[in-house]
Design a protein around this ligand. Structure first.
Ligand code: SAH
Ligand code: SF4
Ligand code: F3S
Length: 482
């Protein structure tokens, strides 16, 4: 999914804590600290959790030491992600030894995957709550107050939290995530998400548009529509995507698909830019691309994971497309939106991947020349189809070497793509002051590339025309033009 300035490969950003301190009017005197790991969905969910708890009088705090309740919103996507969480839980447990009343809860995908095993095996936590059970949190905290451990990992076919207005945690006040679907029905063989997030369902477009209106009224300038497979968005009145087929033709005609939703969102405010993530090659339609081309405020940027450049491996991954199909989608993007940046996710060393098949991944990268990629070594996850059916037989050092080759090639391509921008002028949405120098601001252009330029009198939330003078392999450098 989308990433910020860092060209580092994933796991590092998972440690970012999101925090906020709020003075709730009807405070119950208890403070909650939430730390989030994993994908943007999780960060977005933590904002829903904060909203549910604030309604009950809890305050959120950015200081763990001040908290009465500590929640860790967890990720299971790769083994390393879970190890990070385990380490964090142990360190919170040490704090708890000094502060016995403190409650520690595990939210999110690891909670769903491990369920009550987290209570039994780890003995580090008091509450375990899956991604569809956050409305139950106040009740679960009461249960722990009453001296019992609490678990709710029930997955729902309907829950989208559509009616909940998220509390924006630790953001920049300029860009925000808006979740549009939950769950995933795709069953890629390597992936835990269908098990941790349940069946795919879409959120009522009215609530999505309302949330975007509210963000616009509060000064936000960019929304990213979130889902595991946004192209699969389909609103027909609520409930699992799979039930759609049972509707009458008349009912089906009333539904809202992703292209239509995006158009509705783009029309809310021409000054609010629209992004989305993640697109799925098997479901991305030309309609979506035409809507992108039609609206200036929809960014020319698509995150289109390919996972592998070889059709046999893609088949084993159950991705639902071949190399040729993927490249056809890339051609459609190039045709309909000539100036569109594309980024990707890719996995090195999936079960039985040969050297030639790995070369196909590199050659696909050569054909597309991604602006950016998230690159991973295959990590076998318990109970996935791949774990049950295939052997994780590519040796660790081979996986590592293949990953390094992928990373090196991607770095070349990123640099090559950014160099093309030198001399051009881009409209940049300022997100804040550069980490390296307070005399500089940073923001993003339509391609989602980070642009750094001298501060002048500009501030976060401004759109500034910036002429690009130079670049590194990850960042564009420029100056504001009148
Ligand atoms: N729904 C998105 C992906 C969400 S997970 C999509 O289908 O594109 C984000 C990325 O993590 C995936 O695209 C994949 O590249 C990677 N990933 C998922 N499971 C993995 C595993 N078991 N080992 C290594 N990488 C994995
Ligand atoms: Fe996982 Fe595949 Fe669903 Fe993405 S589309 S979340 S990789 S199962
Ligand atoms: Fe991780 Fe769950 Fe997201 S497994 S990547 S937090 S959907």
């Amino acid at each position: 999914m989308l990433e910020t300035a860092s060209k580092e490969i994933d796991e590092t950003r998972q440690g970012e804590a999101i925090e906020r301190y709020s003075k709730g009017a009807s405070s119950n005197g208890r403070k909650v600290y939430i730390e989030s790991y994993g994908c943007q969905m999780n960060f977005s969910d933590s904002e829903i959790v904060a909203s549910i708890l604030e309604k009950e009088g809890y305050e959120t705090t950015k200081l763990m030491q001040d908290a009465d309740i500590v929640f860790v919103n967890t990720c299971s996507i790769r083994e390393k992600a879970e190890q990070t969480v385990r380490k964090r839980l142990s360190s919170f447990h040490k704090v708890k030894e000094e502060k016995p009343g403190m409650i520690i809860g595990v939210l999110g995908c690891m909670a769903e995957r491990m369920k009550s095993k987290l209570l039994d095996e780890e003995k580090l936590v008091d509450i375990v709550v899956g991604p569809d059970a956050y409305r139950d949190l106040p009740q679960l905290v009461n249960q722990v107050d009453g001296g019992r451990k609490a678990v709710n990992v029930i997955l729902s076919k309907e829950e989208t939290y559509g009616d909940i207005s998220p509390v924006r945690l630790g953001g920049n006040g300029v860009t925000s995530f808006v979740s549009i679907t939950r769950g995933c029905d795709n069953m890629c063989t390597f992936c835990v998400v269908p098990f941790t997030r349940g069946r795919e369902r879409s959120r009522d477009p009215k609530t999505i548009v309302n949330e975007v209106r509210e963000l616009s009224a509060n000064g936000y300038k960019e929304v990213t529509l979130l889902g595991q497979n946004v192209d699969s968005y389909l609103w027909y009145g609520g409930g699992p995507k799979k039930e759609f087929e049972k509707l009458s033709e008349e009912e089906k005609a009333q539904s809202v698909n992703f292209a239509q939703l995006m158009e509705m969102v783009a029309q809310v405010d021409p000054n609010v830019r629209v992004r989305f993530s993640t697109s799925h090659p098997k479901d991305m339609t030309d309609d979506v691309l035409h809507v992108m081309a039609k609206y200036d405020n929809i960014c020319n940027y698509i995150h289109l994971p390919f996972q592998s450049g070889n059709s046999r491996v893609l088949e084993m991954m159950n991705r639902g497309y071949s190399r040729e199909w993927y490249l056809d989608r890339v051609n459609a993007i190039r045709r309909i939106i000539p100036d569109c940046a594309i980024s990707a996710d890719v996995i090195a060393g999936f079960c039985s991947e040969t050297e030639e098949e790995h070369q196909d991944t590199l050659s696909l990268m050569e054909e597309v020349k991604y602006h950016f990629s998230y690159m991973f070594k295959y990590s076998e996850r318990p109970n996935t189809l791949a774990q049950r059916k295939f052997e994780d037989d590519v040796p660790e050092e081979v996986k590592q070497r293949r990953l390094s080759e992928i990373i090196a090639l991607q770095q070349e391509h990123s640099f090559e793509q950014l160099k093309k921008d030198i001399g051009k002028t881009y409209k940049v949405l300022v997100e804040g002051v550069s980490k390296k120098s307070d005399k500089e601001l940073y923001g993003r252009n339509t391609h989602n590339s980070v642009v750094v330029f001298p501060r002048g009198n500009y501030k976060a939330g401004d759109y500034v025309d910036v002429k690009i003078n130079d670049c590194t392999s990850a960042t564009l450098l420029g100056e504001a033009v009148a």
